[in-house]
Design a protein around this ligand. Structure first.
Ligand SMILES: [Zn+2]
Ligand SMILES: [Zn+2]
Length: 275
């Protein structure tokens, strides 16, 4: 295997040598192995993939030696439970995925027992506490809890439908989520990312978020960041869920509700400069 491979984010790195070796070990074509990496989102979510540093839509796991220091690996416990051989889906590493389109529940981004970030490859690294036939990929590296045992709460049906639409957009290359419009997939994802950055911001444009939340009788929901750029992708899953829900409802009524909100909070002058 490629040296020091676990010190990288392997899903993003898509190292040609690693792909070649995995293909040889599994008997699968290299194209099939490459399709499991986040690099294969190039041309779908973005024009070009970069394997390190901030990039739209890809959650960071912050690799630190062999472990993962941040909450960028999400999962659906029900999906893992149903798998004959559990595996972590590629889409669980994408920041717009906050709910399972199949089970309609919120995704989790940490161990439900101890709160540690998910680092499934560590399984039983060095400790050898688990029985040899245990399915280690679903066990918390820190406390040994099995992620499959914890049912997740239901997500808002609007969000679940929106997530299904996003997956269709990835597959088709076109989005039909904006009423009466068909939009090129990459352009749609670019626009959606900008909207989510605006909704995540604590700068002047926060009034838009506050206005939308007030319409739904919710509290102000301050995000932990003072700038908008890229920070949507750094938020924990529940924070992103709140923002994706707002975006889904805005897009479902695009552009009427957005324009009404801008008028209400006089925030339009901030939108162009909030980068
Ligand atoms: Zn699921
Ligand atoms: Zn744990």
């Amino acid at each position: 295997m490629v040296r020091h491979s676990w010190q990288h984010d392997l899903d993003r790195w898509a190292d040609p040598l690693a792909i070649e070796q995995v293909a040889a070990a599994t008997g699968l074509p290299e194209e099939r192995v490459f399709a499991t990496t986040l690099a294969s989102c190039e041309g779908v979510l973005c024009d070009s993939h970069i394997h390190a540093g901030g990039v739209h839509w890809i959650l960071s796991v912050k690799p630190f030696y062999r472990t993962r220091k941040w909450y960028g690996q999400q999962y659906c416990a029900a999906c893992l439970q149903e798998d004959p051989v559990p595996y972590f889906r590629r889409i669980w590493r994408l920041s717009f995925m906050v709910a399972c389109p199949k089970h309609g529940t919120l995704l989790a981004d940490a161990c439900p027992h101890c709160g540690a970030p998910v680092s499934f490859h560590e399984g039983d690294y060095a400790h050898r506490r688990f029985p040899i036939d245990a399915c280690r990929i679903t066990l918390c590296r820190q406390c040994g809890e099995d992620f499959r045992l914890h049912a997740a709460p239901p997500a808002d049906p609007d969000v679940v439908r929106f997530e299904q639409g996003l997956i269709e957009t990835m597959a088709e290359g076109w989005s039909c989520l904006v009423p009466h419009q068909t939009i090129y997939g990459i352009a749609f994802f670019d626009g959606l990312h900008h909207l989510l950055m605006v909704l995540a911001s604590n700068t002047g444009v926060r009034r838009i978020r506050e206005c939308l939340l007030a319409e739904e009788s919710q509290l102000g929901f301050p995000t932990p960041f003072s700038r908008a750029t890229h920070h949507f992708d750094d938020l924990r899953v529940y924070d992103r869920y709140i923002l994706v829900r707002l975006a889904a409802r805005l897009i479902g009524e695009w552009p009427r509700r957005f324009l009404r909100c801008l008028q209400g909070c006089q925030g339009n002058q901030y939108l162009l400069g909030d980068q």
